[in-house]
Design a protein around this ligand. Structure first.
Ligand SMILES: [Fe+2]
Ligand SMILES: [Fe+2]
Length: 469
């Protein structure tokens, strides 16, 4: 893959290589999607809405076309119930950048819209060589702490079109008018033997118009980085070229990782999104720690939620992510982080206190530190480590999950579901009158823990597809 816009090198993001290739399932995907279905065309595609810093007034939008659309255009109107659109339209021109991929040269068109009215329904449409798309509706956040629902997704990454898509379809079907979607990194795999632009096309297939109409909070994973070359010829990894072209983000993050870190305040919830790959491999530990501390300490939100990729506590890898586990876990408690949504480990875990996990029959209890979650959407699975059953409140293996989280002023209600919509985990955080936050759950009511009995027996009775980390 070659960049027309030298985006990745300009970002100067370099990390050391890692080799975590997926374990092969039967019928591995073809190297390249037949018929080039993911090539850019005269019809706009890959349309996505992303949160602004103040989603009541700002959103990011991007879309893709072939090169005939030299500059992207977007029309915006107040949404109305009738089919006749308001003739008083605002027209915006994009920041358009070219990207050469395995599917040819694409134009990516980016818009950062500001000055919108809070709690307001808008319609927009975007233009390609064959004309305008249909009108796409979205709603800005309210300028208050009205309740809302978040869809939280883990790594999609592998077997996206084979099995990943069904989880997201079910999540959207199940959700009750979700206000926001967050994906905690590793959207795609982007390894050397994969067709990266096809992978992104398959990721888009999982949500299509939902991604165009529900604002997204994307966290960058290690698989968002690809091999690259420094000016001196040395081998490095750089942020893949799709990320900065697709996701129009608030740019209020860590100075050394502005393209992949940010925060956003959505109806009484502050979402803080660091780039842990930049922390672990690009020397951004100190700056990111300072930034999280500053952003969380200044928060006046009811709930502070960190969305990041590599987890504080692992369910598969034998060791925790030591650098952040040792310093961020206590810091998150100190600055009032309530929930940490993560991926990377390709298994499921929920930890409220690893030294004293909750067990079936546990009474509601004060919750002083953050509740930490790890989950996965796609088909690559890792085997559970030998700590998780002693440290986590709830765990799982070989299981694709999605999560619906309802936020209101004094309650955060978390649920995890299997791909079939079966409840797999649930808890609430409730703020009492004295300001203390309490956790409550009913672990005894949940179905048995899903895990492999041995290599031949996975949680569904077939072969266990989890591999050791
Ligand atoms: Fe991953
Ligand atoms: Fe990862």
């Amino acid at each position: 893959m070659r960049f027309v816009a030298a985006t990745a090198m300009a970002l100067g993001l370099a990390i050391s290589a890692s080799a975590d290739e997926p374990r092969a399932l039967p019928n591995p995907p073809a190297p390249h999607a037949p018929g080039a279905p993911y090539a850019p065309a005269g019809v706009p595609d890959r349309i996505i809405l992303t949160v602004g810093a103040d989603p009541a007034r700002s959103v990011g939008i991007s879309y893709r076309t072939d090169t005939r659309q030299s500059v992207g255009r977007l029309e915006l109107v107040r949404a109305v119930p009738g089919p006749a659109q308001n003739p008083q339209r605002q027209m915006f021109e994009a920041e358009t950048r070219a990207l050469e991929t395995e599917n040819g040269i694409a134009h990516h068109h980016r818009f950062a819209l500001d000055g919108l009215e809070p709690g307001t329904a808008y319609s927009y449409r975007v233009e390609g060589a064959y004309g305008w798309t249909g009108w796409i509706d979205f709603r800005t956040a309210a300028d208050s702490d009205e309740p809302f629902q978040l869809v939280y997704l883990g790594d999609v990454q592998n077997y996206i079109g084979e099995v990943g898509h069904r989880v997201i379809t079910q999540a959207i079907r199940h959700a009750s008018n979700p206000a926001v979607i967050t994906t905690a990194g590793d959207f795609v795999s982007q390894r050397a033997d994969m067709v990266h632009d096809d992978e992104w096309g398959k990721w888009w297939d999982t949500g299509t118009m939902h991604y165009a109409s529900i604002p997204h909070i994307p966290a960058a994973g290690n698989h968002e980085y690809i091999p690259g070359e420094m000016p001196d010829g040395s081998s490095v990894r750089v942020l893949g070229p799709h990320w900065p072209l697709q996701f129009v983000l608030p740019e209020n993050g860590v100075p050394g990782a502005q393209v992949t870190s940010f925060y956003s305040d959505y109806q009484g919830v502050r979402f803080i999104v660091p780039d842990v790959t930049a922390v672990l491999s690009l020397g951004q530990m100190e700056a990111t720690t300072d930034w999280i501390r500053e952003v969380a300490s200044a928060s006046e939100a009811n709930w502070n939620v960190v969305v990041m990729h590599q987890p504080l506590i692992t369910c598969a890898r034998p060791e925790n992510t030591d650098l952040i586990h040792e310093s961020w876990l206590p810091m998150f408690e100190e600055v009032g982080i309530h929930l940490v949504l993560q991926g990377h480990d390709h298994c499921y875990g929920r930890w409220s206190n690893a030294d004293n996990p909750r067990r079936p029959g546990a009474e509601p209890a004060p919750q002083s530190g953050p509740v930490s979650i790890v989950t996965v959407v796609g088909g690559k699975m890792y085997a559970l480590n030998d700590r998780v059953a002693n440290e986590a409140d709830r765990w799982g293996e070989g299981t694709q999950l999605y999560h619906l989280i309802d936020f209101s002023r004094d309650e955060l209600a978390y649920t995890a579901y299997t791909a079939q919509g079966t409840l797999y985990d649930a808890f609430t955080l409730t703020r009492r009158e004295d300001g203390a936050v309490w956790i409550a759950d009913d672990l005894a009511s949940l179905p048995p823990v899903r895990e492999c009995a041995d290599d031949d027996t996975g949680p569904d009775g077939f072969a266990c597809t989890s591999r050791e980390k």
